[in-house]
Ligand binder design. Structure first.
Ligand code: PGA
Length: 255
């Protein structure tokens, strides 16, 4: 049995006051949600206030990134224990925007995954190919490198405490979504990589989210695919009704 996990990645959007408002709306709208794991990821700045809003609800809190060191001279960064202290349970790691603009590599992804797990938080590990890589026929090699890099040194028990987000970079924020088939094929391939590393049982237990212009109109089709176990949502997560329009179809799906 895999959980359906739908996470809203708010990126660099919403002031603290706006974040509190959106979180309040999401908590109210998600009250009846039973089986889908609902997660929101505000900016670092808004996390503490949003933590108060989600407390006692069925909405979980994620951070959008983390540093792998405990503390020290790392201007601009936030450590895992700082996140843990305020109630963060999930951390998005290796998002393509981090990889493209801020020098994230598979090696730093791996360090962050280990740090987050050492504090019993769950990493949401983002992977995905660019359009040029897909056109060059490098989809599988890119995903193989990213998965192997992220899971380097992780035992099967650790792997079971991870979530993957497959996000084709060409679909992020562009309005272009991978077709149900394209997404399913990539997800099945990612799961096969996990099976090679950890065996079929472990691979079948890890939730793999799809991300990239997922919205209420295409959510049901994507979530119905065998190996798609949720979504990492950017633009459509910035309003409670469109976010719940993605969460709700997940309620009637079991994997
Ligand atoms: P999008 O972003 O839904 O706006 O395409 C998804 C993501 O980057 O996680």
């Amino acid at each position: 049995m895999r959980k359906i996990v739908i996470a809203g990645n708010w990126k660099m959007n919403k002031t603290v006051a706006e974040s509190v408002k959106l979180a309040t709306d999401v908590v109210a709208a998600a009250q009846g949600i039973r089986s889908v794991v609902v997660i929101i990821a505000p900016t670092y700045l808004a996390l503490a206030k949003v933590a108060e809003v989600v407390q006692g609800s069925n909405v979980k809190l994620a951070a959008q990134d983390v540093h792998w060191e405990n503390q020290g001279a790392f201007t601009g960064k936030v450590s895992a224990d700082m996140l843990k202290e305020i109630g963060v349970e999930y951390v998005i790691i290796g998002h393509s925007e981090q990889r493209t603009y801020f020098g994230e590599t598979d090696a730093t992804v791996n360090k962050k995954v280990r740090k987050v797990q050492s504090l019993d938080m769950t990493p949401i590990i983002c992977i995905g190919e660019t359009l040029a890589e897909r056109k060059d026929g490098r989809l599988e090699s890119v995903l193989t490198t990213q998965v192997n890099g992220a899971y380097e040194g992780l035992a099967a028990d650790d792997a079971l405490r991870t979530i993957i987000a497959y996000e084709p970079v060409w679909a992020i924020g562009t309005g272009v979504t991978a077709s149900d088939d394209e997404a399913q094929q990539a997800h099945a391939f990612v799961r096969s990589l996990l099976a090679i590393r950890y065996g079929e049982d472990v691979a079948q237990s890890i939730s793999i989210q799809y991300g990239g212009s997922m919205k209420p109109e295409n959510a049901a089709g994507l979530l119905a695919q065998t190996d798609i176990d949720g979504g990492l949502i950017g633009g459509a997560a910035l309003k409670a009704d469109s976010f719940l329009g993605i969460v709700t179809p997940g309620e009637s799906i079991s994997k």
